[in-house]
Design a protein around this ligand. Structure first.
Ligand SMILES: C[S@@+](CC[C@H](N)C(=O)[O-])C[C@H]1O[C@@H](n2cnc3c(N)ncnc32)[C@H](O)[C@@H]1O
Length: 932
C-alpha cells in the first residue's frame, strides 16, 4: 500500500525564523519520509508489541485493531482558532460550502471510500474537524482539492490550526478562565499554548490573567513564539528554563503593597516523553523504539510534575499529559507524585467532563523492565544492578490511589493518535520536605542530573537514541515534505532581512562585509547557501511528485548540506554580531554607571539625560532614529536581560534580547497626540522594547499589567524571558518629521490598540475596503490628476466621505477600517465603532456622504473590545499610510486574504465554483458514486 506523505501546514504569517532549528530537524524528517513509504507489515516492532502486550494497556480482543491502526496514516484534524462570530462564520462556511456535499454519506471514488468530514463530537462548538483523504483522492476529486486549498489558506492566515485530535484534549481539561495565571511548563512548539491563550481571551473583556509558556530549548522557544504570534496576545510570556528548575519569582500581592510568590491557577505539564502515541504520524519511531526511552525519561517527568505541583495555587488545577502509552511515563509518574505529595495533590474525577470523548481508565498495576528482563519489584532490580528507579514500580499503596481517574486514549477507539492525560488538584500546600531523590542517591546507576542535562538538550538521556522529546513537533516532521520549500524560503528570507536590517541591533554583523571585497561576508555566504538549499528542496519535492524516492533522497541530502552551510555562516555572523553588541553594551554601561535611576515601579521618570554624555548608544541606531544623533537621551528606570544593567556580559540570559521599558516622554507624548490615544491607555507603563537602543527603538511591545508587574518585581532577573508582549508600534523612517509620527501602528497590535485610538481613523465602504485589501493601495484623485493627467486603471478614491476624512488626517499612519451603519452601531451598544462585517455594512457611495456622525465617531475605549485581540476575532481594520498620492497598507497578504474571507463569509457569499463537485457528488459519473 502506498502511503502518501501529507503536507505540513505550519506557520501563519511568515515562518519559523530559526534556520538552524529547521536544518537540525531534517534528518528526522528524512527518516520519517523513508518510513512513510514502507508497507504496513514493516510498521511493526517486536519489542514494542511484547512490551505493551505485557503491560496490558489494550483491552482484550482489540490488539489487532490497535496494531493495525498504528500502521496507518492519521486523518487530518484541525481547529478553528478563537471563538465568537468570525469563528462561527468560518465553521458555517466550511459546512455550507464544502462539507454539505457529503450530505448523502461517504463518497466512493474509484472504489475508494472518502469519509464524510466530521466535527470532533467532544470539541466545543463544532470548532474541530476530522477529515481523511489521501493525496491521490485530492487529485481525483476537485471538491477535495478545494477543501485542501481552502484549509491551506486558512491555516496560513491563522484562522485554523492543524493539530492532532487527542493533543487538543489536555488544554480543554484545564478549563482556563480569563482571570487565570497559567503556566505551560513544556510548551514548544506551542499548539497547546495557543489553545490556552484562546481560552484566556475567550471572555467579553480584556483578560486579567496571563500565560507563561516555558521550554528548556531556546530554539524551540523561538518556534513557539512564532507559532503563538497569530493569537496576538499581550498576555503571553515565553520563558526558557528547565521546567523542573523553573525559578521562584514574586508578584505584587492582592493588597498591592506586599509581594507574594508567583503561583499559578492552571498548569499544563505536557512533558517530554518517548512519544510512541505519535507512531501514526512519525513512523520512524517503529525503528527507534526501545524500552530504555521511557525509562530514561521517567525521573525527569516526575521532577517536572513535582515542580508543577509546587508552583500551583492551592485549589488550582494541573494537567499532566504525555503522548506515550507507556505506564512508566504515565501512571508510574502520577502515582509516585501523589505519594510524594502525601495528600496535598489529588486526582480529579473528570468522567463527567467531555463525555463524548472515548477513554480508558488509568491502570493500577504495570510492569517494569529494562533491556535485559522484567523485574517484579525494585529489590530484584536493585540486586541485578538494573538502571531503574524505585519510583517506577507499582505497589499496594499505589494501587489504592484512584488511578482509574487517569485517561488513556488509544488510536483505534476514535481514529486518533495515542495520549495519556490526568487532571490534578492541589488541596493544600505541599509538605516542605519533599523532593525527588536523585538517582545517584538511590543507586549507582544513571544519574538524574545527567538525564536532566541531556533532556535540556532535547530530552534524551545520554547514550539513548534520540526519541526523547517527541510531540507534535515531531509528528509534524513526519508528514512534512512538500511545504518545506516554501517554509525554508520564508525562514531564510526573514533571517536575511533581520541580518541586513540596518538597525538590526545585535544581530547585524554585516560590517564585516567589504573588509576585503574579494571575500564574501557571512551574510552573503548564508544567502547563497540558502538559495541552494531552496533549489534542492524544490528538486526533492519534484522527485517526490514523480515518486522517485532515490532522487528525492539525494535532493534532500543536498538541501540539508546547503542548509547546514547557511547555518554555519549565520553562526559566524552572529558571533561577529555578538562582539559588536558586547562592545555596545560595554559602552552603554560605562555611560550608565555615571547616572542613577533605580526606580523599578514602571512610572515614567522625569529626568531626561543629555545625549552628548557617555550614555549615548553608539552605532546605527542613531542613524536609524531619524538623524537624532544630537537629541536628548533618556534614562530608562530599569533594563533586564541581554547583558543589561549590572550584568556581566557572559551572564545568564545573555543570549536573550534585553527588555527595556519605553518611558521616554519624547517618544510617548507624540504617540499619544498623533493617534489620539485615550488617557486611560497605559502607554507609559506597559510599553517595552527589546533593544538597548533606548532613544527610539525599532519596535515597541505592549505587555499586560500582570506580566509587567512580574517583570518589574523580578529584580534578580531570575526569569529568562525569550519573548514577551504584543508588537504595537514600529519605527517608520520619514522625511518630514513635522507631519508624521516616527512610529506606525503594527497590524498585529491594532485589534488591541484600536479601542484606545481616537485620531487618524478613516472608514471605508465595503468596496473600497476590499480594493485596498486586494491592491494594497488606493490613489488620491488630486495627486493622480496632477501626475498622470487623470486616466488610470489604478483604483482611485471616489468616496466623498472617505476623502473628507482623509483631509482631516495628518500624513503618515492612519487606521483604515470598514464602515458600518449607525443602525448596526445602535444594535451593539458598548461595542467599538469598528464593525465585524455583516449585511449591515455600509455600501459604497461615490456621491452621497453618510452623516458625519456615522463616520467620525471615534471608538470609545471599551473594556469589551480587548477580548477581540485574538486574530480570528480581530476587527476589520488596517494599519495604513496616508501619503500625498495614495492611501496604502502594509499588511501581510495572508492577513489580507483572511479579511477578504471574513467579509465574504459575513456577507453569506456562496462560492460559485461548486457546480462540478455537486454533479460529481450527485453520482453523475461512472467513477464516482455515493455510498449512503
Ligand atoms: C511533548 S513536547 C511539548 C509539546 C507542546 N506542549 C505542544 O503542545 O506543542 C515536550 C517539550 O518539552 C521540552 N523539554 C524537554 N525537556 C524539558 C525540560 N526539562 N523542561 C522544559 N521543557 C523541556 C522539549 O523541548 C519539547 O519542546
Amino acid at each position: 500500500m502506498n502511503v502518501v506523505p501529507q503536507k505540513r501546514h505550519k506557520g501563519g504569517r511568515g515562518s519559523d525564523r530559526n534556520l538552524q532549528d529547521h536544518t537540525e530537524k531534517r534528518p528526522r524528517s528524512d527518516a520519517a519520509l523513508s518510513m512513510q513509504w514502507l508497507d504496513t507489515a514493516s510498521k511493526r516492532n517486536d519489542d514494542f508489541e511484547e512490551y505493551y502486550k505485557e503491560q496490558d494497556i489494550v483491552p482484550e480482543g482489540e490488539w489487532e485493531s490497535f496494531i493495525k491502526i498504528l500502521g496507518t496514516e492519521l486523518p487530518v484534524t484541525f481547529r478553528i482558532n478563537g471563538s465568537g462570530r468570525f469563528a462561527d462564520n468560518l465553521r458555517d462556511k466550511l459546512q455550507s460550502d464544502f462539507f454539505s456535499h457529503f450530505r448523502k454519506g461517504d463518497l466512493m471514488v474509484a472504489d475508494e471510500t472518502i469519509q464524510v468530514p466530521k466535527p470532533l463530537s467532544w470539541y466545543p462548538n463544532n470548532y474541530a474537524w476530522h477529515m481523511s483523504f489521501s493525496r491521490q483522492q485530492l487529485r481525483k476529486l476537485p471538491l477535495l482539492g478545494e477543501i485542501h486549498e481552502f484549509m491551506k489558506k486558512a491555516n496560513d492566515a491563522g484562522s485554523i490550526s492543524r493539530q492532532e485530535a487527542v493533543s487538543m484534549v489536555p488544554p480543554l481539561f484545564l478549563d482556563v478562565q480569563p482571570h487565570h495565571a497559567v503556566l505551560d511548563m513544556c510548551a514548544a512548539p506551542g499548539s497547546k499554548t495557543q489553545q490556552l491563550l484562546e481560552a484566556l481571551h475567550s471572555g467579553d473583556s480584556f483578560p486579567s490573567g496571563f500565560v507563561v509558556a516555558n521550554d528548556s530549548d531556546l530554539k524551540r522557544c523561538n518556534l513557539l513564539t512564532h507559532q503563538t504570534k497569530r493569537v496576538c496576545s499581550p498576555c503571553l510570556m515565553v520563558t526558557n528554563h528547565s521546567a523542573e528548575q523553573f525559578p521562584e519569582v514574586k508578584r505584587t500581592g492582592a493588597d498591592s503593597h506586599q509581594m507574594e510568590p508567583l503561583r499559578f491557577d492552571r498548569i499544563l505539564a505536557d512533558v517530554p516523553c518517548s512519544g510512541d502515541g505519535t507512531l501514526r504520524k512519525a513512523p520512524d519511531i517503529w525503528r527507534r523504539w526501545t524500552v530504555a526511552n521511557g525509562n530514561g525519561l521517567h525521573l525527569l517527568q516526575l521532577r517536572i510534575a513535582l515542580k508543577g505541583c509546587k508552583l500551583l495555587k492551592v485549589g488550582g488545577r494541573m494537567v499532566y499529559s504525555t503522548c506515550t502509552f507507556n505506564p512508566i511515563e504515565d501512571e508510574a509518574v502520577v502515582s509516585e507524585l501523589l505519594e510524594v505529595c502525601r495528600g496535598s495533590i489529588e486526582l480529579v474525577d473528570v468522567s463527567g467532563e467531555m463525555t463524548a470523548l472515548k477513554r480508558l481508565p488509568g491502570k493500577k498495576a504495570w510492569k517494569v523492565r529494562d533491556k535485559v528482563k522484567w523485574y517484579s519489584n525494585w529489590e530484584e532490580a536493585q540486586s541485578a544492578g538494573a538502571k531503574l528507579d524505585p519510583s517506577m514500580f507499582p505497589s499496594p499503596s499505589k494501587a489504592e490511589l484512584p488511578l482509574e481517574r487517569c485517561m488513556r486514549f488509544l488510536p483505534h477507539h476514535q481514529d486518533t493518535g495515542g495520549f495519556f492525560v490526568c487532571v490534578l488538584r492541589k488541596v493544600s500546600e505541599l509538605p516542605t520536605d519533599i523532593g525527588v531523590p536523585s538517582a545517584k542517591q538511590r543507586q549507582n546507576g544513571v544519574g538524574v542530573e545527567e538525564e536532566t542535562a541531556a533532556a535540556e538538550h532535547g530530552g534524551v538521556p545520554e547514550g539513548q537514541p534520540e526519541v526523547g522529546i517527541l510531540g507534535e513537533d515531531q509528528e509534524e516532521d513526519a508528514d512534512m515534505v512538500v511545504d518545506d520549500k516554501k517554509e525554508l524560503e520564508n525562514i531564510v528570507q526573514e533571517e536575511l532581512e533581520e541580518l541586513e536590517d540596518p538597525s538590526g541591533e545585535i544581530r547585524d554583523s554585516s560590517v564585516q562585509k567589504g573588509q576585503d571585497s574579494n571575500t564574501l561576508s557571512p551574510v552573503e555566504i548564508a544567502r547563497q547557501a540558502a538559495e541552494q538549499a531552496i533549489e534542492a528542496a524544490q528538486r526533492a519535492v519534484d522527485a517526490l511528485g514523480a515518486q522517485d524516492l532515490a532522487a528525492c533522497s539525494h535532493a534532500e541530502a543536498d538541501a540539508q548540506r546547503a542548509g547546514a552551510r547557511a547555518g554555519v555562516a549565520l553562526d559566524m555572523n552572529n558571533k561577529a554580531g555578538k562582539k559588536q553588541a558586547d562592545q555596545k553594551k560595554r559602552e552603554y554601561h560605562k555611560g550608565k554607571s555615571k547616572t542613577t535611576a533605580t526606580s523599578r515601579d514602571g512610572a515614567v521618570p522625569s529626568q531626561i539625560v543629555s545625549a552628548k554624555g557617555a550614555d549615548s548608544v553608539e552605532g546605527e541606531e542613531d542613524e536609524g532614529a531619524g538623524g537624532m544623533n544630537n537629541a536628548p537621551r533618556f534614562e530608562p528606570s530599569w533594563i533586564r536581560g541581554g547583558g543589561g544593567r549590572n550584568r556581566t556580559l557572559s551572564g545568564r540570559g545573555n543570549a536573550i534580547d534585553p527588555i527595556v521599558p519605553m518611558e521616554d516622554p519624547e517618544v510617548l507624548q507624540p504617540l499619544l497626540e498623533y493617534f489620539g490615544l485615550s488617557p486611560d491607555f497605559p502607554i507609559g507603563k506597559q510599553l517595552i522594547s527589546r533593544s538597548l537602543e533606548v532613544a527610539r527603538p525599532k519596535r515597541l511591545y505592549f505587555v499586560c499589567t500582570a506580566l509587567h508587574d512580574i517583570l518589574v518585581r523580578d529584580i534578580k532577573e531570575q526569569l529568562k524571558v525569550a519573548a514577551i508582549g504584543l508588537k504595537v508600534f514600529e519605527r517608520q523612517e520619514i522625511k518630514d518629521s513635522n507631519e508624521a509620527c516616527f512610529y506606525r501602528l503594527a497590524q498585529e497590535g491594532l485589534p488591541f490598540l484600536l479601542p484606545h485610538i481616537a485620531g487618524q481613523r478613516v472608514q471605508l465602504c465595503r468596496a473600497d475596503f476590499l480594493t485596498l485589501l486586494r491592491e494594497k493601495h488606493l490613489m488620491m484623485p488630486d495627486a493622480f490628476v496632477v501626475e498622470h493627467g487623470g486616466a488610470s486603471s489604478r483604483p482611485v478614491i471616489k468616496d466623498a466621505a472617505l476623502l473628507k476624512q482623509l483631509q482631516g488626517c495628518r500624513f503618515g499612519c492612519v487606521v483604515a477600517e470598514l464602515r458600518h451603519t449607525a443602525a448596526q452601531e445602535a444594535s451593539q451598544p458598548g461595542s467599538t465603532s469598528v464593525s465585524e462585517p455583516t449585511s449591515a455594512v455600509e455600501p459604497c457611495s461615490s456621491t452621497v456622504s453618510p452623516p458625519s456622525s456615522e463616520i467620525f465617531t471615534p471608538a470609545a475605549p471599551s473594556s469589551a473590545s480587548g477580548g477581540g485581540a485574538l486574530m480570528a476575532n480581530a476587527p476589520l481594520a488596517l494599519s495604513a499610510w496616508k501619503g500625498k498620492a495614495s492611501l496604502a497598507i502594509m499588511v501581510d497578504k495572508n492577513e489580507c486574504a483572511q479579511m477578504i474571507e471574513k467579509i465574504a463569509a459575513a456577507q453569506g457569499t456562496v462560492r460559485n465554483k461548486m457546480s462540478t463537485e455537486i454533479s460529481l457528488a450527485e453520482g453523475q459519473t461512472d467513477d464516482i458514486t455515493i455510498r449512503p
